[in-house]
Design a protein around this ligand. Structure first.
Ligand code: HEM
Length: 212
């Protein structure tokens, strides 16, 4: 590998946006407005992480699927330049795995007219790709009946979640059983006071007081 994550491409602009980006106050499930703007500009953007490195940020569904299934994109954390987990990347948006899949290119790859060089980092925020209007019409609307087959919540390609059949069964059995057995179940705390796991790799809550 001759290039590193901290190296800027020759034509890199000076105003590379920082990632992750602050989100709006209205709904914690919404992606940051600035990230949505980058997505509308194009599927590939150079961003600056807290350590000064400038990996590629990939926001569109089709490009994420293509990259995640490309063997030249490695998830080997021992490789030099693997974009690692940071405090700021842990500042996330309420999916349990939504800090972006992180990879390093082990060969040159062209995606959407941009060349990712061997050794460069790639961050693929799957929660943003899951709101790609070209894949999911009206992506910002909550629609539990939508045809969301093919989403990227469990990743894609060779490292796609091994536990997803178990997770699907657990969620179907647990929620159905819980609401049937305890129909009066309700939150017993101010939502703003619930402690979230901002310091973990997998998101969630430390405690969730309930009443019934
Ligand atoms: C709703 C629950 C879950 C979600 C949203 C989820 C999401 C994901 C995602 C996005 C990845 C891909 C990581 C990447 O490409 O870098 C992944 C990988 C993985 N998940 Fe899950 N997961 C869930 C539950 C589980 C459970 C219950 C298990 C085990 C019992 C599990 C085991 C794994 C393993 C072993 C991998 C790594 C696969 C590999 O690197 O080849 N997951 N998961």
């Amino acid at each position: 590998m001759t290039r590193s994550l901290t190296e800027l491409p020759n034509q890199a602009p000076d105003d590379i946006p920082a990632y992750p980006m602050p989100r709006a106050q209205r709904c914690p499930l919404d992606p940051p407005p600035a990230l949505s703007a980058l997505r509308s500009d194009g599927p590939m953007t150079r961003v600056r992480l807290w350590d000064g490195s400038t990996p590629w940020l990939v926001t569109r569904y089709a490009e994420q699927r293509a990259l995640l299934s490309d063997p030249r994109v490695s998830a080997d954390t021992t490789r030099e330049g693997y974009p690692y987990q940071s405090e700021s990347l842990r500042d996330r948006y309420l999916s349990i795995v939504h800090s972006g899949r992180r990879r390093v290119a082990v060969g040159d790859i062209e995606v959407a007219g941009q060349v990712i060089r061997a050794g460069e980092g790639i961050v693929m925020p799957n929660e943003i790709a899951n709101r790609d209007a070209e894949m999911f019409p009206d992506p910002e609307g909550l629609d539990v009946h939508r045809d969301a087959r093919g989403h990227l919540a469990f990743g894609f390609g060779v490292h796609q979640c091994l536990g997803q059949p178990l997770a699907r069964v657990e969620l179907q059995v647990v929620y159905g059983t819980l609401y049937r057995r305890v129909p009066s179940l309700a939150l017993a705390a101010d939502p703003a006071q619930i402690p979230f796991k901002h310091d973990g790799v997998v998101y969630g809550v430390y405690e969730l007081p309930v009443t019934w």
